[in-house]
Design a protein around this ligand. Sequence first.
Ligand code: AMP
Ligand code: GLY
Length: 430
Amino acid sequence: MGSFPTLCTMSDAVVLVVGGGGREHALALGLIESPSVGSVHVAPGNAGTAMVATNHAVSASDIDGIIGLAKTIDAELVVVGPEGPLVAGLSDRLREEGIPSFGPHAEGARLEGSKEYAKQVMLDLGVPTAAVIRVEAHDAIDDALDSFSSPWVVKRDVLAGGKGVTVTEDRNIAHSTISDAIDTDGFVLLEEFMAGEEASMLVLMDESGYVCLPASQDHKRVGEGDTGPNTGGMGAYAPAPVVTDSVKMRAIEEIVEPMHAHLSTQKIPYRGCLYVGLMIDSEGTPRVVEFNVRFGDPETQVTIPLIETDLNLLLGACANGSIADIDVSFHNAATMTVVLASEGYPGTANTGRSLRGSDVRIEEGALRGFIHHAGTRQDGAEIVSSGGRVCSATGIAPTLNGAASIAYRLMDSLELEGSHHRRDIGYRAL
Ligand code: AMP
Ligand code: GLY
């Protein structure tokens, strides 16, 4: 009996990646290395994705434009990087058109789109997280501040790329931050401070099952020793040793299992990455800091290189609701990425400057290193900066020490006027 061709035998799949940051460069690289993939397209991409894939000048937020592009190129899979288009319903629209999309529908994306909604879901399911108070009146601020001790955690319920959160020991700052947020947003969340160490657990899930990718650790503060304002992320490494086997088991049992049971039984099941931001206390108890409904940036840059399985088959199975059918394996290696940021970031970034050295690679047996592009664009023969996080230097090695030394060797070869980076990425694990 003749058999139908299956996904596994195809080597010509057309995949569209939506977004233009370091995460999308990492996804494009992982997909282009997948034996089942014929071509990778990126919208809008950056100077790095242009080297391995076909960029299209369509903004990630242009839902109609992305749908039109996916149809034009006959995409068999769309992998959505950023949260904005997911919250706006890109996956819903793609699925209506019969195009498999990796990334949840708008309802599922509310877990990131609204911190208040995510808290309610966690409360309903008994998922461990910080206590929270909603503050909506100026005369309620002092009582709310009295309910928790310093430091205070003030969260605007808006999509702010990790920058809508203020953690402060100064009551006056907490007060004015709450007051300002009430004026602009109508309300704000005040949360219990959770002490401990953070880690990111990226979980690929659909209604058939889930796969936990190796845990990583991001460095959200701009300054060394985790000081200064929050950023989108200044560097990451994986696997993060703070997620011991026992922490992982607890996180799966207490967080991932109930979330999966909930999300997989919705009218429209969740299909995509659930990013579980964990706070792990000194006793190894994990609690949820936040959910994101997409891959992390820069966590993706250190996670994708650890996946041995064909990435297109893995993400494609998830987009089609059959992830349980995939055998997933990982490389026994460590990865680190160090972000090079523009002058001014995380405030107003000075962009449009020439970036040199981004083509340097290291290939020394088991030691590998290369640059993930983020806010870059090609300008004639030059690559110029076009965003706050410009690129990141990534090292892959048998040990974390090895990965760090590769990443920092690469960082030394990068030149961008006024740029800054952290010299202590991975310090908790090294
Ligand atoms: P979020 O956008 O909710 O992930 O918050 C950004 C960052 O603020 C987190 O990565 C943490 O470093 C910090 N943070 C948020 N919520 C808390 C909390 N309840 N306790 C301690 N730190 C927090
Ligand atoms: N690196 C944090 C995030 O992607 O939200």
